[in-house]
Design a protein around this ligand. Structure first.
Ligand SMILES: Nc1ncnc2c1ncn2[C@@H]1O[C@H](COP(=O)(O)OP(=O)(O)O)[C@@H](O)[C@H]1O
Ligand SMILES: [Mg+2]
Length: 609
């Protein structure tokens, strides 16, 4: 008989194992950074050459290693961080498996120079390994800490090397790891060089915003909202999040760490987006730097080869904490009207409950009759000045300030007219303000309906002529989902045979017509109107059903695009819009108004350079 099963030789086993933790230069960077952080380094320097495929060097001023430790550090399952499985539940370090150095050294050339902190011996240790074999082990003079240099990555595993992407791609993956580490550990100083050029430099920071400025750029960092440092249930949440309109098309701007460990978790990303609710446009992602501290016994870090995924025993509590932390701040007036620099002062959350400040007055000068005063809370709607001074890209309004200038109350607001019977153009001081009439009216109606719903409680107005609605299969299914929410809102209806209902009453806060149109639309899943999402289950999934119904009603009865408006109507609309709690976005998160500052116009026309 032929034996087909063999025990693999050591070097093959090591190469296979290496594949689990080390799949690209970025994973080497990640493991080395984690080791430096675990060594309680105060400062870390990273050098990348040739996208990390050429060379990766990570240098720290951490605890270093004795000669004995340096020798065994590269063996598999050699770790100073864990001695038994029980320790795993309380593990405070990023590493614990003792595999990274073994794996990395199996598939590359490694040089390590290390000296134990506070050691009495005069020198340190230099060790060179070539594809897992120690080639040099000697004493050297060196500072305390550890420097590890990795080159010839995957040179002995051609199959894996083939899978490497371009130098550029690998480089940006490496830099992504570095930036996330920097954002998750602001207390540690970092320097990062790419092909000898300094890319990031940041001393240890006490303020996360300073670190964000170093990594994301000062302008972006200034505009982030700070979460108040507090716990939601047993989960502490800290961090910085972007204003809803500073969103991105991917989730790449989201860095979430759990106790300083950068993690990937789709559910957390979803919870973040739920926190923004209707204020985040569909399909967009916020910019987030967030650290979560759940009770340590609720955390399992040993579920992923690269330790990027973690498991929470109480995941719901963690997700709810994330969602609440975000929505508390996003739905505060602070977020609707960011202060200069976009910062939120400490204790901002405490003020959320307070009534809004009295509105400022803006004078409307109209060319027609019926001049009116615009009471608005505009003064707070200010944005970083420097943002205004830039020529925006022509891609979209995201780069334009959606708000109004800090001294808006000093500027007269004059309606110029209607564009394409869809947009209202206004002169605000010397800026151009463009208002989407449908989005604006939808917002106005949403707030009106909500107010009526809240104050009027739920009362039903019975119809003199009950309305019959025939149901197809979709409607029957939808009725199953929405039936009770509709009833709670004050809709009164009953089954009428197997496939129809009869509507006998409508919520008092809705108009008579729109009420039964809304119920029909909701049940049939019909797209209500261009520019609005269809009321299918994915329709504003973040909103509770009742709010969805109110939002749909708001949209249903709102002035459409391509609808002529009189000057008076435009004035009324803008006045009520500016009185809204959240005037800048419609229920779907689309902007209601966009301002084109004069400074940008002047640049576009090359009046100033
Ligand atoms: N930069 C460093 N400074 C001090 N000690 C280090 C450093 N890198 C690695 N070590 C030591 O080498 C051991 C093995 O590292 P590694 O293979 O990454 O396993 P792990 O991090 O899971 O313990 C670590 O437990 C630690 O004692
Ligand atoms: Mg490690």
């Amino acid at each position: 008989m032929v034996r087909r099963i063999r025990v693999l030789d050591d070097s093959t086993v090591r190469k296979i194992a290496a594949g689990e933790a080390v799949e690209s230069p970025a994973s080497v960077v990640k493991e080395l950074l984690e080791n430096s952080l675990d060594a309680r380094a105060k400062n870390i320097a990273v050098r990348l050459d040739g996208g990390g495929i050429g060379r990766i060097m990570v240098s720290d001023d951490g605890c270093g290693m004795s000669r004995e430790d340096a020798e065994v550090a590269f063996l598999r399952h050699s770790t100073s961080k864990l001695s038994s499985i029980e320790d795993l539940s309380t593990i405070g370090t990023l590493g614990f498996r003792g595999e990274a150095l073994a794996s990395i050294s199996a598939i590359s050339s490694v040089e390590m120079v290390t000296r134990e902190r506070g050691s009495v011996e005069s020198g340190g240790t230099r060790i060179i390994l070539s594809f897992g074999r120690i080639a040099v082990l000697e004493e050297v003079g060196c500072p305390e800490g550890t420097t590890i240099t990795v080159s010839d990555l995957f040179a002995n595993v051609p199959a894996r090397k083939k899978f490497l992407k371009s130098v550029q791609t690998e480089r940006s993956r490496c830099m992504d790891v570095v930036s996330r580490a920097m954002l998750s550990r602001p207390d540690v100083g970092f320097r990062a060089y790419v092909d000898d050029q300094l890319r990031f430099e940041s001393p240890p920071c006490t303020d996360l915003r300073d670190r964000a400025a170093a990594v994301l750029g000062p302008k972006v960092a200034r505009a982030l909202l700070e979460l108040p440092d507090r716990s939601y249930g047993s989960v502490r949440v800290t961090g910085l999040i972007s204003l809803p309109w500073e969103s991105r098309s991917t989730s790449a701007g989201i860095t979430v760490s759990v106790r300083g460990r950068v993690v990937r978790n789709r559910n957390i990303v979803d919870a973040l987006r739920r926190g923004y609710g209707s204020r985040l446009m569909k399909g967009r992602y916020p910019l987030v730097v967030m650290d979560l501290v759940p009770p340590s016994e609720c955390l399992d870090v040993n579920v992923h080869p690269a330790k990027e995924l973690v498991k929470f025993s109480e995941e719901r509590a963690v997700l709810l904490a994330v969602e609440t932390a975000v929505s508390d701040i996003v739905f505060s007036r602070k977020a609707a009207f960011p202060k200069q620099e976009g910062t939120v002062e400490e204790g901002a959350a405490d003020r959320i409950e307070r009534p809004p400040p009295p509105p400022a007055m803006v004078k409307v000068i109209s060319s027609g009759p019926g001049q009116s005063e615009l009471p608005v809370a505009l003064r707070e709607m200010e944005r970083t000045r420097s943002e205004f001074d830039e020529v925006p890209s022509m891609e979209g309004p995201e780069s334009l300030p959606p708000a109004l200038p800090e001294d808006a109350s000093a500027h007269p607001l004059r309606i110029i007219g209607q564009l394409d019977r869809s947009y209202i153009l206004c002169e605000l001081g010397s800026d151009l303000l463009m208002v989407d009439q449908h989005a604006a009216h939808e917002r106005v109606r949403l707030e009106e309906l909500k107010k009526r719903y809240i104050t009027g409680k739920v009362s039903t107005q019975e119809l003199l002529d009950p309305v019959h609605i025939e149901l197809d299969q979709t409607s029957i299914d939808n009725l199953g989902v929405m039936g009770s929410a509709l009833k709670e809102l004050g809709f009164l209806f009953e089954d009428f045979g197997p496939s129809s209902i009869v509507v006998r009453g409508l919520p008092r806060f809705m108009g008579r017509m729109e009420g039964h149109e809304v119920i029909r639309d909701l049940l049939s899943g019909v797209e209500v109107h261009e520019g609005c999402s269809p009321p299918d289950p994915s329709f504003m999934p973040e909103l509770p059903l009742k709010e969805k119904i109110i939002a749909l009603t708001a949209c249903r009865g709102a002035i459409k695009a391509h609808h002529g408006l009189s000057l008076r109507e435009m004035e009324d609309l803008i006045r009520t819009l500016l009185e809204c709690e959240v005037p800048l976005h419609c229920a779907h998160g689309r902007p209601t108004m966009i301002r084109l500052p004069q400074s940008i116009l002047e640049r576009w026309f090359r009046r100033v350079l």
